[in-house]
Design a protein around this ligand. Structure first.
Ligand SMILES: O=C(CO)COP(=O)(O)O
Length: 130
């Protein structure tokens, strides 16, 4: 029987990592097209500009609560994978939000990739999900 509900993946990239997120989305656009996507605001805008065919909902920008929105979706069981390209070299005003989000990923055992090489491996494993 056909599956009626697509699984959802979340995409987030800090500013210094957004080009890498766009490259990731372009490389894997065929797989990503099989999922519903959510993203923080600026990341979502960049990905949609590069891959307008994707089904992507852009939430608030990270510093304005976007990480928390994605954390809430994880707590509700609505996110099945997180691709969060983290910048380890820049201090973030919303660092506590980032920590809260990654904590919920651990609580709910959601697959998470924090860099492009891990993201490549995980997305290839996800081809069979949808
Ligand atoms: O800050 C972010 C994640 O912590 C990303 O937010 P934006 O995608 O809105 O830049």
């Amino acid at each position: 029987m056909a599956k009626l509900i697509k699984r959802t993946l979340a995409l987030i990239a800090h500013d210094q990592k957004k080009d890498e997120m766009v490259a990731f989305a372009e490389t894997h656009r065929a797989i990503l097209a099989k999922f519903d996507l959510v993203a923080t605001g600026t990341t979502g805008g960049r990905v949609l500009a590069a891959c307008p065919e994707l089904s992507l909902t852009a939430l608030k920008s990270g510093p304005m609560g976007g990480d928390q929105q994605i954390g809430a979706l994880i707590a509700e069981g609505q996110v099945h994978g997180l691709f969060f390209f983290v910048d380890p070299l820049t201090a973030m005003p919303h660092d506590v939000d980032v920590k809260a989000l990654t904590r919920l990923v651990l609580v709910y055992d959601i697959p998470m990739a924090c860099n492009p090489s891990t993201a490549d491996m995980i997305i290839r494993q996800m081809t069979h999900l949808n």
